[in-house]
Design a protein around this ligand. Structure first.
Ligand SMILES: Cc1ncc(COP(=O)(O)O)c(C=O)c1O
Length: 444
């Protein structure tokens, strides 16, 4: 090799080794696949299921020209998958939360504990029922911290909503122990963790009642959709009544009017047959979808374990992690931001509409202090419902930043990388190489 060529090769190597953010060559230029786990697995099976329902001209779940009973079948199959006695399909995860809280009899004068890392609909469902959401902090699982939970229980606390966030289960056994000892109801919000488990038991089967969402970002999807599940016959009947007209039905579909506990008010969240049919197909694909994300995520996690300075979220039971997100944590906010910007410059991003690879502090309505209606205690009636109700007087609940210091610190110091269900080995290698390169330049 001539000396000029030698210098050119050395220059090229230096540029390659240099971070893309500093003018070096990025690890990749092609965007990563979008997240939306269930969407990548939609094929002719979903098309055929939808066509079958349309051909039947019976889109309503209870009757029609030629009822297919798709929603009913989905409920049976989903309950069987989770190992619970009852499943009730509804139109969204938000609807599921509202139905669950109505079934539990939530109202003014009650406090319900919710985690600092959640989704706006969790606090929203409590407020809509006239009750007061009380924040508890998270721990290194990024889910409800059992110790903070215990500290925030007051004489007005009636229950807890635990949220299995970002694909992995909360420390559900410890949380259930607190709920039982303190005689509180336990709702599991499993919207982000469909198919997750702890010690082989599926999330959604630990609490009194659980909710799911099948909106497009979830592990399986029908675009929109949700489900309420429980082992408690009474809660199921009340949930059923609330999701429909306010009344339960007997085996023949007739409204039951003889039980005052079941003369309620309907919220109108019935699921339609098209979505029921799609969800049956998606449910059958769920093990494959989560296996793909799990494999990709744990290959990447294993590589990151060797890189000091990159902290990994504590996973209560790695076997039961469904895998759609990788959370990494750094010593301070500035380091996290630098690493995130450097990784993005290396091409660890997706198309503009994807979430892909972001600072957790940019994760919108998942962070309690970003929920403006909560922080400002707004009300739909403009008169202060439910905050100013006499039943809720004396509440000391706070919502501004600083209320949950562990969450505040974790949000600022952590990044969230979506793990699509369709990552190729090459994509995984690029992600690992990008982390190694950025680690070498910024953290070593
Ligand atoms: C934890 C959690 N709960 C509830 C919901 C609400 O579900 P939906 O969008 O189906 O109303 C979501 C949806 O993003 C969620 O992430």
């Amino acid at each position: 090799m001539r000396s000029g060529e030698n210098t050119a090769v050395q220059d090229a190597a230096q540029i390659q080794g240099r971070l893309a953010i500093h003018g070096g060559t990025p690890i990749r230029t092609e965007p990563l696949p979008l997240e939306f786990p269930g969407v990548h697995h939609i094929d002719e099976q979903e098309s055929e299921a939808a066509a079958r329902v349309i051909a039947s001209r019976s889109l309503f779940r209870y009757y029609g020209l030629n009822p297919q009973k798709e929603v009913e079948a989905f409920e049976r199959e989903f309950a069987g998958f989770l190992g619970v006695s009852h499943a009730l399909a509804v139109t969204s995860g938000t609807g599921a939360l509202n139905v669950a809280l109505s079934a539990l009899g939530i109202g003014p004068g009650q406090e319900v504990i919710v985690p600092a890392y959640m989704w706006v609909a969790v606090a929203g469902a409590v407020v809509s029922h006239g009750a007061i959401p009380v924040l508890a902090d998270i721990d290194d699982t990024f889910c409800l911290d059992p110790k903070s939970l215990e500290e925030r229980i007051s004489p007005k606390t009636s229950g807890i909503i635990v949220v299995h966030m970002s694909g992995a289960p909360a420390d559900i056994k410890a949380i259930r122990e607190v709920a039982r000892r303190r005689n509180l109801f336990l709702v599991e919000d499993c919207a982000q963790c469909i198919g997750g488990s702890v010690d082989g038991q599926k999330v959604g089967s630990f609490g009194d009642i659980a909710t799911f969402s099948f909106q497009m970002n979830k592990n399986i999807t029908s675009g929109e959709g949700g489900c309420v599940v429980t082992n408690d016959r009474r809660l199921y009947e009340r949930a059923f009544a609330c999701h429909d007209l306010g009344y339960a039905r007997d085996e023949k579909g007739r409204l039951k009017l003889d039980n005052p506990d079941l003369l309620l008010w309907g919220l109108g969240y019935r699921m339609d047959e098209l979505r029921g049919a799609l969800l049956r197909i998606q449910l059958a694909k769920l093990p494959q979808i989560t296996a793909n994300m799990h494999r990709s995520k744990y290959r990447i996690r294993k590589a990151l374990e060797r890189l000091p300075g990159i902290g990994l979220r504590r996973i209560v039971d790695p076997e039961g992690d469904t895998g759609p997100f990788l959370i990494t944590t750094y010593r301070d906010a500035l380091t996290a931001k630098l690493v995130n910007q450097a990784l993005r410059a290396e091409g660890i991003v997706t198309f503009p509409q994807g979430i892909s690879n972001i600072m957790m502090s940019d994760w919108g309505m998942h962070l309690y202090y970003n929920i403006a209606s909560l922080v400002q205690r707004t009300s739909v009636d403009g008169k202060g419902f439910p905050w100013k109700l006499s039943e809720n007087s004396g509440s000391t609940a706070r919502y501004e930043k600083g209320t949950c210091p562990v969450a505040d610190s974790l949000f600022e110091r952590s990044t969230l990388l979506a793990i699509p269900s369709s990552l190729s080995e090459r994509d995984e290698e690029d992600i690992i190489q990008a982390f190694e390169k950025v680690h070498g330049a910024l953290l070593a």
